[in-house]
Design a protein around this ligand. Structure first.
Ligand code: ADP
Length: 262
């Protein structure tokens, strides 16, 4: 998105003083960051540092214990009603949530539906799209991900790489403003990883979708991101452009992490 000035636009994602606990385990504490519209941000760091929890909070699969999260200027916890700020109701949360797509490590396709069924389910049910329109979009997206001939297959008839392509197409079918990617190549056979990463690079360079990606693929983080955030213990310990973070990391912990994984 070279034409978009990412420094002045209102943020697409805002975490403001977010806290998340699981029992006594404080996973995120006073976490604040923003992501600009169209920006590609990768989250890296050791296992257990809270990266996936950030995506799950955005998807409202988890609730935060403090602070606020907003998407496109809309808070996930509050809304305005008759000019007053009140707790968000279900419809408000659903409306914010509609703007976000997520692709998971384990694909999470609906196993009892065909590829077509997987792609048209949410657009027809959640967005109220007509079946014809949803079918046309499904065909277009399957062509985009290179699976135009598999529309009537079931997920179990596809390889892991193909299933992940369907999952990516399914997320795009909702025309999201934000796409969350959670280690989307970790469950794939090594020979299938490059193809899925290339597809994501192609989508990244041809759309204005805002990406927030948890990844262990440092090569991908390096060439896909505008910014990389290094996490440790639920805190951002370094937040920099990839050229800087991968070549001259400032924090000792980042240096040790990169040394161990690259
Ligand atoms: P990462 O993605 O960086 O590997 P996670 O966000 O998955 O880290 O996990 C951060 C911490 O939160 C870990 O200590 C993990 O055990 C804990 N955690 C995550 N989800 C749950 C859950 N549903 N219940 C209890 N603890 C959880």
């Amino acid at each position: 998105m070279p034409s978009l000035d990412k420094t002045v636009a209102e943020p697409m994602i805002v975490f403001d003083g977010v806290e998340k606990r699981f029992g006594d385990n404080v996973v995120l504490s006073e976490l604040s960051f923003t992501v600009a519209p169209g920006e590609h941000v990768c989250l890296i760091g050791p296992s257990g540092s809270g990266k996936t929890t950030i995506l799950r909070l955005l998807m409202t699969l988890e609730k935060c214990d403090g602070g606020t999260i907003s998407v496109a200027g809309q808070s996930l916890s509050h809304m305005t009603h008759n000019g007053r700020r009140v707790p968000a109701d279900e419809k408000h949360v659903r409306d914010v949530r509609k703007r976000i797509g997520m692709v998971f490590q384990q694909f999470n396709l609906f196993p009892n539906m065909t590829v077509r069924g997987n792609l048209i389910e949410a657009p027809t049910r959640v967005l109220g799209m007509s079946k014809d329109e949803a079918n046309a979009r499904a065909t277009e997206l399957l062509d985009l991900v290179g699976l135009g001939d598999r529309i009537d297959s079931h997920p179990t008839q596809l390889s892991g790489g193909q299933q992940q392509r369907v999952a990516i197409a399914r997320a795009l079918a909702m025309r999201p403003d934000v796409l969350l990617l959670d280690e989307v190549t970790s469950a794939l056979d090594p020979e299938l990883v490059a193809g899925v990463l290339k597809l994501l690079r192609d989508i990244g360079s041809s759309t204005d979708i805002t990406f927030l990606c948890v990844t262990h693929e440092m090569g991908f983080a390096r060439d896909f991101s505008d910014r990389v955030m290094m996490f440790d213990g639920g805190r951002v310990i370094e937040d920099a452009a990839p050229e800087k973070l991968f070549t001259a990391p400032e924090h000792e912990r980042t240096q040790a992490f990169l040394h161990a994984v690259v």
